[in-house]
Write a protein that binds this ligand. Structure first.
Ligand code: HAH
Length: 329
């Protein structure tokens, strides 16, 4: 008999999602449909993908993913509307290539959000409205970006307002990485709290959860969850993976995952999901940033030539030790 379905193992807890792209809905289609009840487009709904020129929207690839979700009765998250990466240059420039002004950029932002959120209002129940605007280190709260430079700090509130107007039913998220590290956690909390005090329509916080075998600690994950939940926001893990390596480990020689690391990964996944289950009333979804080890954005990131094996399914899309632990086997 085949292994139990992940989405059924966690049916009483939260949705189980995967990031997908037009290749993986084919190459991993069967695995995705069997185990997952939510998907997110890995790249296909980002600004540069759907809106390469001011007058041009390109929705073909995004639509393929939406169709896949519909056919397989899956929920779909939208990722992402306002970000400093994978965003086209024209957005920030006037016709002569000079920096545009605040008013024009806000109009462009509104028009983009109206079009993209409006198009998928029957299919996408939650959006990562704003991605990664908190500065990683030091005292500064907000990351330097063209959005911040041209509009000022209220570009964040505006994005949520526009998204809410475009689809009043959609759940709106702020999404970030290193979300469990104490310094960044405090800064993210400060931003969220100020948005709530300004009555900005925000419903949740996305914990990207790009974690590894060693970091962040379970205590830091717990503190982050409790801190964000204390604001009354829903929590979702939006981009979960468990790298076998510390962030900048230069181990590029491996062509298969060492058994001892797979065992550590299994223990780590077991402990993580035990903790996540304790917060099932606050956490409504856990999405992996992929599905099986045959494809992960972590191959070559951030270390060129380093293969990674971060998921519950191996390169042949078979359940790993980590999966068995979650299945209680
Ligand atoms: C994420 N950034 C993005 O949200 C997602 O859109 C992309 O496909 C992959 C990862 C994470 C990130 C990081 O972990 C470290 C440095 C910069 C960005």
């Amino acid at each position: 008999m085949r292994e139990p379905k992940l989405k059924e193992i966690f049916a009483e807890d939260f949705l189980i999602g995967a990031a997908v792209n037009p290749k993986t809905i084919i190459s991993q289609g069967e695995l995705l449909a069997y185990h997952f009840n939510s998907i997110t487009a890995e790249n296909e709904m980002k600004f540069e993908s759907v809106h390469p020129l001011e007058e041009t929207y390109t929705f073909e690839l995004a639509d393929q993913l939406v169709d896949f979700a519909r056919k397989n009765d899956m929920f779909m998250r939208g990722h992402t509307l306002v970000w400093h990466n994978q965003t086209t240059d024209w957005l920030f420039e006037d016709k002569d290539g000079k920096t545009t002004d605040r008013e024009t950029l806000l109009l462009r932002m509104k028009s983009h959000i109206d079009t993209v959120v409006g198009r998928y209002k029957n299919d996408i129940y939650a959006w990562d409205v704003v991605n990664e605007v908190i500065e990683d280190e030091g005292e500064e709260l907000l990351r330097k970006s063209k959005w911040l430079d041209i509009v000022g700090p209220d570009f964040i509130a505006k994005a949520f307002q526009y998204a809410h107007e475009a689809d009043p039913k959609a759940l709106l998220f702020y999404n970030d990485y290193n979300e469990s590290h104490p310094l960044k956690r405090e800064k993210i909390y400060k931003l969220l709290k100020s948005l709530i005090e300004q009555e900005v329509p925000i419903h949740g916080v996305g914990l990207q959860a790009h974690w590894n075998l060693y970091d962040p600690s379970l205590d830091d994950i717990r503190s982050a969850i409790e801190k964000y939940a204390s604001l009354g926001l829903k929590l979702q893990l939006t981009e979960l993976d468990v790298s076998l390596f510390r962030f900048d480990d230069k181990r590029t020689d491996l062509i298969a995952p060492p058994e001892d690391l797979l065992e550590m990964q299994a223990e780590r996944y077991e402990a993580m999901f035990k903790l996540l289950r304790e917060y099932r009333n606050e956490i409504t979804s856990a999405t992996f940033w992929g599905a099986a080890d045959d494809y992960t954005w972590l191959d070559n990131f951030p270390v060129q030539g380093r293969k990674n094996w971060p998921f519950l399914f191996d390169e042949l899309q078979q359940p790993k030790a980590a999966f068995q632990r979650l299945a209680g086997q």
